[in-house]
Write a protein of this length. Structure first.
Length: 709
């Protein structure tokens, strides 16, 4: 039994080896931050496994990405290439989400961690924005060689039966120990800090306070023992956690001082100046200048509970909603960001459907409560959600008494004590309602109400787009389901299995197709092809190609492809199609094959040896109406197996296609004793392990029964 090695905080030999290699590449490149992501086998989520240069909570927004996310590390892993962003401006154009989460000048590199055709994860490095815009040849080589070392170590661990997997928390790479002063020097340093007119604090790599002067405690109106060992925003509830983290992140990445001013209740404005390196952060605290105080006090009153944490979450929400595809994506991302932003304990999202309220997502509510509201008629006795949806009216209830007066029974049913009902309005029309609720009474001040209403507008736009996508997606899936065979026909003396998997990115629709066509009791035809593109046009053209092949099946293979080619050139769709057609003679155990630019089939002989067939290749369909397609005859005895496939099964960015096809032949040889259905499953599973899939997969396996003939 294999036991995976957790590369989280726990110390273990499996975690230390990749950590040493990661630390080496960070040191060689001079990066201020290093992040290692792992992609567990069979998964589509990159998980942050190791960190260098920033605390865990600062790196929390970067903890996980799907391999299809539009972020540098996902692109690097999916496309197996190094991604370089030389400036924050370049990042804003190419990767707005990454730029939004880093509010300071920076440069970034992301590279895949691979060995051969296996992708283990990705490496991300960050530098201050003051560095040169171009990546030097030395830095490039250091990144590539560092990723290679990491890949080899991960492969060795897996081969040894102890694959490295991400832990529940990322492992923080150790930094060089600071100089340890002599006792006299340490006392002198403390005396020096105490004589300064400003307050001084020191924070470790996890942002916990390790030192504070008496002046700092005085300015913060607390005592030193209360500060030591605490996170600043925990020891000082009035300190804005999100603002502090944002300035901390900026100081660490830019390696420049960062500062902010915040109100210490009831009326003292304090300035915090942060100076960071990889070991921690030093903080100077001073009373804000008189001019700044005057400016602050002439501004509108700011509540002690500042809205910056909410705005921080909403910036992240705005960034992630640009990536939301379907309705469920919008619901999940809204719940992840809105509830912590407004410290809410419950969320329900409704949409209107046929004069009824439909729950499309919820969190913090029992099934009984959700079932009570799901499907309620808008025309029934009014509820705040129905009113918000029907009239576009926003409602806030700060206590159970307020709710009970207008809508009796809801407090007892929901066990909540404060609510916000926010209509989701897109293009001037309510399309849904977002409900936030609290376990305690909650007063909604004007500023918070304004932010909540703006947030609802942001979600409504994303939800409207997502509805259209879901409708188009259902249409596309229905179209493709109607165009591909629902099941393979039963052909006497022939076993067959087929698999189709859509690409992992996009609309889950493409132009790959396969077919098995009975001709008479002694013959059948098989076809496989790939229309260029991943859209409804490609799928529709695929249906036309299948129809053309069905109409002429039984003719010599070269003639079948030539007629399909003339049809496509007459249609002039602007898309090209590869296709392989095989005529199967089940009496004489022969196959006659012709190909229009398609990948070579693989023949596994009855003795288990697999051979990649070298066929003369004709032009892709749809290019030249006069193209011809030579026919090749092959033996197909009982017990042999012919594998037809599309490029999604073998093609991996950055890998040699010929090597990948030979690897597939090797898999066919190794799986000699599998049933044909089990073999089809194992080949598709093998393809999914190689790398994140960016193209459709179509696979057709055919084998004459050993008892035939």
């Amino acid at each position: 039994m294999r036991h995976p090695v957790d590369c989280g905080p726990a110390e273990g030999s499996g975690a230390r080896l990749p950590a040493a290699a990661a630390a080496q590449v960070v040191q060689e490149t001079g990066a201020c931050v290093g992040l290692v992501y792992l992609l567990p086998r069979g998964e589509r989520v990159l998980r942050l496994a190791m960190i260098s240069g920033v605390p865990r909570q600062i790196a929390a927004p970067w903890a996980r990405y799907t391999v299809t996310s539009p972020v540098p590390v996902a692109d690097a892993v999916r496309e197996r290439r190094l991604v370089w962003l030389g400036s924050q401006e370049e990042a804003a154009y190419r990767y707005p989400r990454a730029a939004l989460l880093l509010s300071c000048p920076f440069a970034m590199a992301a590279a895949p961690i691979t060995t051969g055709t296996v992708v283990w994860g990705g490496l991300v490095l960050l530098w201050p924005g003051s560095r040169p815009v171009r990546l030097s040849e030395y830095e490039h080589d250091a990144i590539v060689s560092g990723c290679h070392r990491l890949g080899l170590l991960l492969q060795q661990a897996a081969n040894g039966g102890h694959p490295v997997v991400p832990g529940s928390e990322p492992h923080v790479l150790s930094q060089p120990a600071p100089r340890t002063p002599a006792p006299a020097g340490a006392l002198a340093a403390v005396d020096f800090a105490e004589r300064l007119p400003e307050g001084c604090c020191a924070l470790d790599r996890d942002s916990r306070i390790t030192f504070a002067t008496a002046r700092a405690a005085d300015l913060l109106k607390t005592d030193i023992p209360h500060l030591l060992g605490s996170l600043p925003w925990k020891a000082l509830p009035w300190l804005d956690e999100a603002l502090f983290e944002d300035r901390h992140r900026a100081a660490v990445i830019s390696r420049r001082p960062a500062s902010f001013t915040v109100l210490r209740p009831p009326d003292q404005w304090l300035s915090f100046h942060l100076h960071a390196d990889a070991r921690g952060i030093s903080v100077r605290i001073t009373p804000a200048a008189d001019e700044a105080q005057e400016t602050r006090h002439t501004a509108p009153a700011i509540p002690v509970r500042a809205p910056a944490p909410a705005l921080h979450h909403l910036m992240r929400l705005a960034a992630t909603l640009t990536e939301a595809v379907g309705v469920q994506d919008v619901v999940d991302q809204a719940a992840d960001e809105i509830m912590p932003a407004f410290d809410a304990q419950g969320l329900i999202m409704f949409m209107a459907q046929d004069d009824r309220l439909r729950v499309v997502g919820h969190c913090g509510y029992s099934t009984e409560v959700v079932d009570h509201f799901d499907g309620a008629r808008l025309s029934d006795p009014p509820t705040p959600a129905a009113r918000a949806l029907a009239d576009g009216v926003t409602s806030f209830f700060a206590s159970p008494d307020e709710m009970e007066q207008m809508y009796p029974g809801i407090p007892a049913l929901t066990k909540k004590e404060a609510w916000a009902f926010l209509p989701l309005i897109a293009s001037g029309h309510p399309i849904g309602c977002l409900v936030l609720s609290y376990d305690r009474p909650h007063s909604f001040d004007p500023q918070e109400r304004a932010v909540l209403i703006s947030t609802a507008g942001l979600i409504a736009q994303a939800l409207d787009r997502a509805r259209l996508y879901d409708a188009k997606h259902r249409l596309a899936q229905g179209l493709q389901a109607g165009l591909l065979p629902h099941a393979l026909p039963n052909v006497p003396d022939l076993e067959a299995a087929a698999r189709y998997l859509p690409a992992e990115r996009g609309m889950d629709i493409g132009g790959d197709f396969y077919d098995l066509i009975p001709l008479d009791p002694t013959a059948a035809a098989a076809a496989i092809g790939d229309v260029q593109g991943h859209n409804i046009t490609a799928a529709a053209l695929m249906g036309q190609v299948r129809t053309a092949i069905h109409a002429t099946a039984g003719a010599p293979p070269g003639d079948v492809l030539a007629r399909a080619n003339r049809l496509l050139t007459d249609l002039n769709p602007g898309l090209f199609t590869s296709c392989l057609y095989a005529h199967l003679d089940l009496v004489h155990h022969r196959g006659h094959l012709a190909t229009a630019g398609h990948l070579p089939p693989i023949l596994r002989h009855p003795d288990g040896r697999a051979e990649v067939l070298d066929l003369p290749t004709g032009l892709l369909l749809g290019i030249d109406p006069a193209a011809t397609y030579p026919t090749t005859e092959i033996p197909l005895p009982p017990g042999a197996l012919l594998a037809l496939y599309t490029d999604g099964l073998v093609e991996t960015p950055g890998a040699d296609l010929e090597d990948a096809i030979n690897d597939l032949a090797g898999q066919l040889t190794q799986a000699e004793h599998h049933s044909i259905d089990a073999l089809a499953d194992s080949l598709v599973h093998y393809a999914g392990q190689r790398a994140p899939r960016s193209d459709d997969i179509a696979l057709l396996l055919i084998s004459p029964n050993r008892t035939s003939g």
